[in-house]
Ligand binder design. Structure first.
Ligand code: PRP
Length: 211
């Protein structure tokens, strides 16, 4: 039997996913060891192998079929826009995509003035302003610490993830508008969905039971 390959998202989601794997009876001890430099892990009994990748790369592995299954945040799924199936909401990694800025930016949002939006998610931001707010904005792509942008005057607002709200609070920023709620999802390659339907359904069933 061929191995079923699963792409996991490195970082916060990985810890929760690996705990879930253990509960579901998938060997995860080796992957949970933070000091390991190993990239790929396997459970020979379950005929499952999995690896850790950067979030935005997970939909790529799944879309090309290099991974049958992926576990990744809804933010990344929306941003990457790959041809993959979303089959399950894992219910953890809960947060919100929001438009944030200083309280003073509220008037810019309400006015028709040209505004600059700094974000790690240019596609989500563009879609929100164009299709929901019916206005064009200037999108400035950044790769992290997005909250800096309105503080130093790179942009009026940001489009970013808010989880606890601590980062905003500690930097004098606030949520101005909510774009959408987010959480971790299980995604599947469309061909794997047909060819490995039984095993993928079994994997999803195990995940549901473990939750
Ligand atoms: C994310 C996000 C916010 C923060 C929100 O950044 O971009 O900055 O977490 O969490 P909070 O509401 O609980 O404070 P992350 O830590 O992933 O790093 P980054 O800034 O490098 O993107």
């Amino acid at each position: 039997m061929r191995y079923l390959t699963i792409a996991l998202t490195k970082g916060r989601l990985a810890k929760k996913t690996l705990k879930l794997f253990e509960k579901a009876g998938i060997e995860a001890k080796e992957a949970e060891d933070d000091s390991t430099r190993k990239l790929i892990f396997e459970d020979p009994d379950m005929k499952i192998r999995y690896f850790l990748a950067k979030g935005p790369d997970v939909p790529t592995y799944v879309a090309y079929g290099a991974a049958d299954i992926g576990i990744v945040g809804e933010d990344t799924i929306l941003e990457e826009g790959r041809n993959i199936y979303e089959v399950m909401d894992l219910g953890f990694g809960k947060c919100r995509m929001c438009i944030c800025g200083p309280e003073s930016a509220r008037e810019y949002l309400a006015s028709g003035d040209q505004i600059r939006v700094a974000t790690k998610y240019p596609n989500i931001a563009k879609d929100y302003f164009l299709n929901k707010k019916h206005r064009t904005v200037e999108i400035i792509k950044l790769n992290g610490s997005i909250e800096l942008a309105p503080i130093v005057g790179l942009s009026e607002v940001i489009c970013d993830i808010v989880e606890t709200g601590t980062t905003l609070r500690e930097n004098g920023l606030t949520v101005l508008e909510e774009v959408c709620p987010l959480s971790a999802r299980v995604v599947v390659n469309p061909i794997s969905m047909k060819m490995e339907n039984e095993r993928i359904s079994d994997f999803v069933r195990r995940m549901k039971e473990a939750l």
